[in-house]
Design a protein around this ligand. Structure first.
Ligand code: RB5
Length: 144
């Protein structure tokens, strides 16, 4: 499975940590930056990861910024993307099961790194439930 990864300059170290954990777990990582602490703009990376997922270049996306909120707003603008700011493994579980989320957006500043690691693990290992959620997700996608 290929995971597109992105962050802004606030949380580069947290992205590096998750990158390493993902590779250790056997995932192929498509790291789309940023790669330093030089001030940049989170929508660049939200867009890049969103486009990688929407095009099929990656299976799922993981992005981080200070809050996770800006990344979610940006990535969700990309057609085909269902992105959300997620702050607990329980929400990651439901984001996959009910919303078929494909880009998880993490807060590097307000959520503990180990919790983010668990969120990512849950996000990557939980399947969309389908069934009654199919029509709801289809209605979301019709808004694209
Ligand atoms: C960067 O200053 C900060 O705004 C960003 O990391 C994020 O929290 C935006 O939502």
């Amino acid at each position: 499975m290929i995971i597109a990864l992105g962050c802004d300059h606030i949380v580069t170290d947290e992205k590096t940590y998750l990158h390493d954990r993902l590779e250790e777990a056997g995932y192929e990582v498509l790291d789309l930056g940023t790669y330093s602490h030089t001030r940049t703009h989170y929508p660049i990376y939200g867009k890049a990861v969103g486009e990688a997922v929407a095009s099929g270049r990656a299976d799922l996306g993981v992005v981080l910024c200070g809050t996770g909120i800006g990344m979610a707003v940006a990535a969700d603008k990309v057609s085909g993307v269902r992105a959300s700011s997620i702050t607990s493994p329980a929400f990651a579980d439901l984001f996959r099961q009910h919303n078929n989320g494909n880009v998880v957006c993490l807060s590097g500043r307000f959520v503990d790194l180990e919790v983010n690691k668990e969120i990512v693990k849950t996000f990557l290992t939980t399947e969309f439930e389908g069934g009654r959620h199919e029509a709801r997700v289809a209605k979301i996608m019709a808004l694209d």
